[in-house]
Design a binder for this molecule. Sequence first.
Ligand code: SAH
Length: 424
Amino acid sequence: MPSAVIDSAVMGNPVMTQTAEKTNLLGMSLPMLQAYFQEMGEKPFRAVQVMKWIHQRGITDFAAMTDISHKLQEKLQLEAEVRAPKIVEEFLAADGCYKWIVEVASGSRVETVFIPESDRGTLCISSQAGCILDCSFCATGKQGFNSNLTAAEIIGQLWWANHRLGGFAEARPHAGKTNRAVSNVVMMGMGEPLLNFDNVMAALSLMMEDNAYGLSKRRVTISTAGVVPAIDRLKDFTDASLAVSLHAPNDELRNQIVPVNRKYPIRELLRSVADYMASLPDKRVPVIEYTLISGVNDHKQHAHELATLLQDFPCKINLIPFNPFAQSDYRRPSNNAINNFRQILQEARYTVTVRTTRGDDIGAACGQLVGEVADQTRRSERYRRAALESEIQAQTALAASQGGSRTFTRADNLAVPADSRKPN
Ligand code: SAH
């Protein structure tokens, strides 16, 4: 049982008028918002003002945005809104982790997790309701794919966490940005972020935008199972950090546990990740995520094979002991097996971390996020494959036509000053 379950009334979800025809400004990156105001016949600097109200002060009511004219306030009230997704439940774990259940427009529910640590606070954000990739050890994949989250639904999770945890300037007028509860964001909630490319890019842009959350690019991490054409496009849109869910040291095993590997094998994946890292203006390495599953990929031989595979590939390795869930027969390895695996990699001179399980009394640990997709019927294997095929084709086609309808580019994100804080 969760140590606390508070319903949304108690949490005080901000009251927001919901009118389908109004334009929701919450998910708009700075260039999008500038274009919006320009179309209205307003000066582009209005975008910066409104953005600060929304994302730095947490204000959703145009009437409270005191540095914009009365006339513009009224116009915005008629045409626009600032609408965060609805938070339907909150869980607080014994270790201080929060899990929020977020209801999205498709009717599905996704989950957001906040993990406080002594030196940082990490928000784990969802990008899709369900997931099409169906990795064999992941609870989210078991329910199939339901919908892509909108940019507002993605950034809305960060907006909400700030609202809830007192991170907005209005709530704590003397607190600097660095004192905010959320210092890091990982796109490691439900879904495959790179299969919801445009919306995730708009949300990332806001996370790192100085006039919004101003998070360092080192503290915003995309995690992907390996959608290679999308990784190849990434450098034109963002310079966020990257984590790759590898989970196996060879294609034969990876084909079984991460099915997208059948389309994009390890060699291609590592090539695309290396290209992205090389495109970054600063020196950073990707994180290789490796979920350790007892008897599947945790043998000493696998560790040796992994050490050899990555010998020319600068990276950090993060071992994630498998987190069990109801529909899975997999088991978490013993501490001994985990330590042996880690030791082999350390002896091969890799920087290795073992992810500690947080929030598992509220089902908030990695891979335990299940949300609740609107259509609970599990899609047939054939449908699943066809859908994955077409998603991937769409990504590939987009990669080919790159540059077409971009509303923002990496240059927009690069406006963020270089971060002098210590990398994580
Ligand atoms: N689609 C993205 C984000 C997924 S969740 C990706 O694949 O990277 C973030 C991490 O948790 C991934 O590395 C994922 O493989 C891992 N994970 C999923 N289910 C897990 C489980 N049951 N136990 C431990 N780690 C899990």
